[in-house]
Design a protein around this ligand. Structure first.
Ligand code: F6R
Length: 611
């Protein structure tokens, strides 16, 4: 969480930082601030979104060629002007921004209080900053040395940028567990939590590793480890265009990203799903085919929407590969003492590749000898880098806080993976393999069909926008889709929603059903179809309002339902790639009808880099 930006070079720093903060606002938006160095330190910060900071600095002196900026998702201390970053040290000489959590900040703060330090915020960041200042003073050392000593004593996660009033050229940065990218320009450097603030200026970047410190000046980038040994910066070329991170004529990133799905799924399949040759080419799998086909067990580790993709993958892999699969919330998996056997494969699913719980769960599993396969969207992200092998989803930057195109990208990768492993193992017939390859190939076109006219979904959203609760039900492959529909609606509309396996509703949730409860059935034509028709009847008998997602031209479901959203027919294994899309649209339009800022719903952040 939190977005950080830094600039040092010949340009005016403030406009670069401000634009960068706007691009990173998806990471947190409860307050923001900048620190600029120009004959001394100037710090401006404000509670609220970046636009409020921008408004508040009109007429202020913003001239500087070095500066750092931050957009916050609160961890320690409520969102307020005083808890906003940057924080300034007691001497007034240092300013710092931080993404992460310092777990042992309380004893450090108590020590500093005894020494007479004062604090103007409730944050762990201000404690770390003064800790650094105190070390510098006591050891009479450089700022870089003081930082190194401090980092060895703290527990937690961080990406920090640090500037000093007496050094109008240098930004010192460090990371552990929270991302940091440095863009290399001509006589200038850009620092950011991800590449989106950088892409406009340069495509050459360095992803800083954990436990590295970067000393960044206009013409110099020095990387060192915590042992003060120089490291060679590994320069990567960004494969991303500016247009990919702009709204392109849509009102919101979320709706743009929903509409991109035909293209993003196509991009994900391109070069991998070779229909004419009846082949799936995925080097991440081919290079490790032995480990993957001989896996005794697969454990999928993920959070939120990515966890829902994992549940669908469980069905896919068990059916097509006959390998037992467990799906774990990363946050639970990491804190118990999970049993990992030799021959287990851990599949990590993550859009951002930076989710702290997933990352730490993987580190633990890796230590115990598991083989890690990453299904990640953000290229070069931490999860991608710690995986032994993997496959990118190629959905492009996802900026709307609610995950949409990343989810369908994950499903496309996981389907290809299950097909490839299953076919190599001989656990699926040639006929079924061919059928699924062809069905998968047809998905982008069918997505376009769904998205051609969304007016029906918009009307349904308007009709039900004032409901207090929603129930989402599905069976088989569509059960996790129901969970995903409920999650989308909660986060974008603030309406309470629950997802359940349709048959399980009899064991409790059916008590909620009355004429005021909209029940969304994900009821496409599949092997559970007859069963779900009975479940729809059970809800109708109790006067519930049924909204159905049905296969095009299914008149049975549509005659029972109050409202129906249709999706084209496909094989049930990949049906979620289609059935989720009306649910994404439903939550978007309900959110819009309720006047919610769907790209930045309250309390959320896109990349959850705190546990
Ligand atoms: C929901 C959503 C979150 C993420 C979750 C995991 O719309 O976006 O539930 O899916 O925070 O994030 P990643 O996939 O980046 O690990």
């Amino acid at each position: 969480m939190c977005g950080i930006v830094g600039y040092t070079g010949g340009k005016e720093a403030y406009p670069v930082i401000l634009k960068g903060l706007k691009r990173l606002e998806y990471r947190g938006y409860d307050s923001s601030g900048v620190a600029l160095i120009n004959s001394g330190l100037k710090v401006y910060k404000k509670k609220g979104k970046v636009a409020e900071l921008e408004e508040s600095v009109i007429g202020k002196d913003l001239h500087a060629h070095v500066g750092i900026g931050h957009t916050r998702w609160a961890t320690h201390g409520e969102p307020s002007d005083r808890n906003a970053h940057p924080h300034v040290s007691n001497s007034g000489e240092l300013a710092m921004i931080h993404n992460g959590i310092i777990e042992n900040y309380v004893p450090i703060k108590n020590d500093l209080l005894k020494k007479g330090y004062t604090f103007s915020s409730d944050t762990d960041t201000e404690v770390l900053l003064n800790f650094i200042e105190d070390i510098k003073k006591n050891n009479n050392c450089t700022l870089e040395e003081a930082l190194r000593i401090a980092l060895k004593r703290i527990v937690g996660a961080y990406c920090i940028l640090l500037v000093a009033a007496d050094d109008p050229e240098t930004i010192i940065a460090a990371r552990k567990g929270s991302p940091l990218v440095i863009g290399i320009g001509k006589g200038e450097h850009f620092l950011a939590s991800d590449a989106s603030p950088i892409i406009e200026y340069t495509k050459e970047v360095v992803y800083v590793n954990d436990y590295e410190i970067a000393i960044v000046r206009p013409n110099e980038l020095i990387l060192k480890n915590l042992g003060n040994e120089k490291q060679t910066p590994f320069i990567t070329k960004l494969d991303m265009e500016l247009a990919a991170i702009e709204k392109g004529g849509y009102d919101h990133f979320m709706i743009k990203e929903i509409h991109e799905q035909s293209d993003t799924i196509h991009d994900c399949l391109r070069g991998r799903l070779l229909v004419e040759q009846s082949q799936i080419v995925m080097s991440g799998i081919e290079d490790h085919l032995e480990a993957l086909t001989h896996a005794q067990r697969m454990v999928i580790v993920a959070c939120g929407t990515s966890w829902h993709a994992g549940l669908i993958a469980e069905y896919m892999i068990e059916e097509l590969c006959r390998i037992p699969v467990e799906v774990e919330y990363a946050s639970e998996f990491r804190y118990r003492n999970p049993i990992i056997h030799k021959g287990d494969v851990i599949i990590a699913i993550s859009q951002s590749g930076e989710t702290a719980d997933t990352l730490v769960a993987l580190e633990k599993a890796k230590e115990q000898g598991a083989f890690i396969f990453g299904v990640v969207n953000a290229v070069g992200s931490s999860i991608a880098r710690i995986s032994h092998a993997g496959a990118y989803t190629h959905a492009g930057p996802e900026i709307g806080v609610a995950s949409t195109k990343a989810f369908t990208g994950q499903l496309a990768v996981l389907a290809m993976m299950a097909l490839k492993i299953g076919y190599s193992k001989g656990t699926i017939s040639h006929e079924r393999y061919l059928k699924l390859i062809n069905e998968l190939d047809a998905i982008p076109e069918k997505v376009t069909e769904i998205l051609q006219d969304t007016s029906n979904i918009q009307a349904i959203a308007t009709k039900y926008k004032d409901a207090h609760d929603f129930l989402f039900l599905g069976r088989g492959y569509n059960f996790p889709v129901a969970l995903e529909g409920a999650l989308k609606l909660k986060e974008i509309s603030y309406i309470h929603a629950e997802g359940y396996p349709a048959a399980e509703m009899k064991h409790g949730p059916i008590a909620l059903v009355d004429e005021n409860l909209p029940v969304v059935f994900v009821a496409t034509k599949d092997s559970y179809y007859e069963k779900i028709v009975s479940n729809v009847q059970e809800i109708k008998a109790r006067k519930g309002k049924v909204i159905a997602i049905a296969t095009t031209s299914d008149t049975v479901i549509s005659s029972m339902a109050d409202d129906t959203m249709f999706v084209p027919d496909t094989d049930e294994v990949i049906a979620p790639l289609l059935s989720v899309i009306p649910l994404q649209l439903l939550s978007y339009y309900v959110g819009i009808a309720k006047g919610i800022d769907v790209d930045k719903p309250r309390n959320l952040a896109k990349s959850v880099t705190v546990e």
